[in-house]
Design a binder for this molecule. Structure first.
Ligand SMILES: Nc1ncnc2c1ncn2[C@@H]1O[C@H](COP(=O)(O)OP(=O)(O)OP(=O)(O)O)[C@@H](O)[C@H]1O
Ligand SMILES: [Mg+2]
Length: 382
């Protein structure tokens, strides 16, 4: 059932708050961050509902997923996406220009945009800055530009990423306060790591201090009703009640994939003699942890030392520090029953970072990438 449950009202509400903010939403102009747990549908919502809604309102939208390739730096990914959009804007026959002509009545006399720079100068030393490029886009399109960074917390893990966030802030400050600006530069970030995403807006030395941070609105009971409706259409029976299904969806952390898996298991166990409303909660409770299993398996496969390091980071309240210390080496040694030399730690941490189970949070600071995986790990250690 890969069909997507659409959320047009939510998209319209958010798009309205971003593009036509009321007095109380002016703050969103400084940047908006949405945070929500893994696999709860953030990317799906952005791509199938929010981006089309923003585009239908005449905005130029650039979407970049910073996790699409964690080996490529966030700055490089953003530059590539921006260049791609700019090259559509200079191409008279591009779908993007066709849409701007249709929605905004933009008349370029059969031409594309004309920029006062070469596209390949973007981001080059001494070349054109993001602020200059986006100022031209806003002025020539006569409207808003929205840059969406999915998994934005990835940007604060490197110096280069932080520089990019500062460049985005500079872009905002170069465009939005101009009297009579025909449009604004709006920045929307999402992330799986609530603490980190909040950090982005709360810490004074972060580029987006003062921006708004909101929880991603998880799928609600309407989604559950939609799924049950579709199953009814397929003739599945007996079906659980909406209440039981909704409770199980909540147990599963509002994750569509886990929910469908639970319903699939329910269908296979109709012969057990238990009523669906009794069975489904049991299945949901069992499946709850399975979402984390794949990630924890990666740790196990890297080895025992990796597991000991992961454990130390997971247990730490807030960012873990000192994971390379002699004291840490000693405790890893105790955990795995052999002596651990300090030099052994770095390569294993590098592997955990490459597998994206741990992330660097700052100088000498580390955290578990997915807070849900951390929660399940801690639950199991008790
Ligand atoms: N509105 C929806 N209707 C149906 N299925 C959905 C919906 N939203 C998400 N899903 C399903 O849930 C799963 C996770 O969705 P998605 O990748 O959008 O979540 P995410 O929060 O961005 O995850 P990640 O943390 O991996 O980035 C996908 O299998 C997707 O098909
Ligand atoms: Mg995603």
């Amino acid at each position: 059932m890969p069909e997507v449950f659409r959320r047009p009202l939510l998209a319209a509400e958010l798009a309205g708050r971003l593009l036509q903010p009321g007095v109380l939403d002016e703050g969103l102009r400084s940047g908006l961050f949405l945070s929500g747990l893994r696999r709860t549908g953030k990317t799906t919502f952005l791509r199938t509902d929010l981006v089309p809604e923003l585009e239908a309102r005449g905005a130029v939208v650039i979407y970049v997923d910073l996790w699409s390739d964690i080996k490529t730096s966030p700055a490089t990914l953003v530059q590539a996406a921006v260049r791609q959009t700019l090259s559509q804007l200079v191409t008279p026959s591009s779908p993007l220009l066709a849409r701007l002509r249709r929605i905004k009545g933009l008349d370029l006399g059969g031409m594309g945009f004309r920029f006062g720079f070469q596209l390949d100068q973007l981001g080059e030393a001494g070349g054109v800055t993001l602020a200059q490029a986006f100022t031209e886009v806003v002025d020539q399109s006569g409207g808003d530009v929205v840059l969406i960074l999915d998994e934005v917390q990835q940007a604060i893990t490197t110096e280069e990423g932080n520089q990019m966030l500062l460049a985005l802030k500079a872009t905002r400050d170069a465009i939005n306060p101009r009297p009579g600006t025909p449009g604004s530069f709006l920045f929307l970030g999402t992330g799986s790591h609530r603490a980190l995403v909040s950090e982005l807006t709360a810490r004074r030395n972060q580029a987006f201090a003062g921006a708004t941070s909101l929880p991603y609105p998880v799928l609600d009971q309407e989604y559950v009703r939609y799924v049950l409706e579709r199953l009814r259409g397929e003739g599945m029976e007996p079906l659980p009640s909406e209440e039981a299904a909704w409770t199980s969806f909540q147990t599963l952390g509002h994750r569509p994939e886990e929910f469908l898996r639970a319903l699939g298991q329910l269908r296979l166990s109709t012969s057990s003699g238990l009523a669906p409303d009794q069975l489904l909660p049991v299945i949901a409770a069992t499946l709850r942890g399975s979402a984390a299993d794949l990630e924890l398996l990666k740790v196990e496969q890297i080895g025992g030392l990796a597991t000991a390091i992961f454990d130390r980071v997971a247990r730490s309240d807030g960012p873990a520090r000192g994971i390379f210390s002699a004291e840490a080496a000693l405790s890893y040694g105790e955990a795995i029953g052999r002596e651990v030399r300090v030099e052994e730690i770095q390569p294993v941490v590098n592997e955990l970072l490459a597998a994206n189970v741990l992330m660097r949070l700052g100088h000498g600071l580390y955290g578990v990438t997915d807070p849900f995986v951390q929660e399940i790990w801690l639950e199991r250690q008790r």
